[in-house]
Design a protein around this ligand. Sequence first.
Ligand code: ADP
Ligand code: MG
Length: 335
Amino acid sequence: MKISHLGEWDLIDQISKRFSRPLPPGTIGIGDDTAVLPSHSGKSQLVTTDMLVEGTHFLADRISAPDLGYKSLAVNLSDIASMGGQPTSVFLSLGLPGHIESGWVDGFFNGFQELADTHCVNLLGGDTTESKSGIVINVTVLGEIETQFIRLRSQARPGDWICVTGCLGDSIAGLNFLLHPEIESSFSNILRQRHWRPKPYVTEGQWLARQTGLHAMMDVSDGLHLTLKEISRRSQCGIEVDLGHLPVSAELREAGRKLGWNVPEMAAAGGEDYVLLFTVSTDSLQELQKNYEKEFQSKIHPIGRITNSGSMVYLQNGVKFEGDFKIWNHFSGKN
Ligand code: ADP
Ligand code: MG
């Protein structure tokens, strides 16, 4: 069978089943945003790795070298953030075609280093090799967390509110502008920038993980719909989300209005926004919203509820939404 018939999740499930030997206590393997390894005195180490492949994740002529360096690290820091952890160190492996200019490599490291410095993360190693096809970037980030604060995809509870830390859909909007340079809007620059340089919610993730009543957490890397599906699968619960409540930036709203885009679909299905999605008990929500705003001068957005049913239900301003989204899935190109 071709892997395009399997899709990314089934393929990962098959890999996972091969390595089904019980893990040592405190160890978490395949299935969350990072692996967890017990460390010393109540702490655990977090490990995550992500690959960016030219032609699949980026087009080399549509992203600058510094932005690509920045983004390669940002997407990995986001996985550490989603567990509630503090990133500590990074490894970087590069497969580069021979025609790449040394100035490009300098630029790549400028962007990479800028974000590494912001989060005080040291580059401790990696690998460099020639690629006979496109550019391949693999980043591994290690992190640290007090074991009691680890937040998993499997910890959502019926009745919880589902919240996100930022706006959805900006990244896919930015990508639209990149792929269709003939379209312009006064906000295309800002939206492209959000696609190139997503914000990893590292400080916010650590803060959130320490709050009472906060249960599951995950970053929205593959889009909201797939993130909710994953929370539902791992926590064995239902989901109810109102598309009318999804936070959308003023820039996307305005660009969408001018260009006739389906903004709720972009917010629900577009990937690479890297906001954090978490679930929190009803009686903790208000206090959490108030304290988060005080701490970060930014809002958290409740978008729906965890339910007892096994299904995912979307509403559009209170009315059941029966439509379908166009979702990207590696290998099959759909989900
Ligand atoms: P994320 O989007 O948070 O980076 P992924 O969807 O890429 O997570 O991966 C889901 C889980 O599957 C993670 O725990 C990841 O480590 C694991 N995984 C993905 N690919 C492989 C692989 N080839 N071998 C082992 N584990 C994998
Ligand atoms: Mg993730």
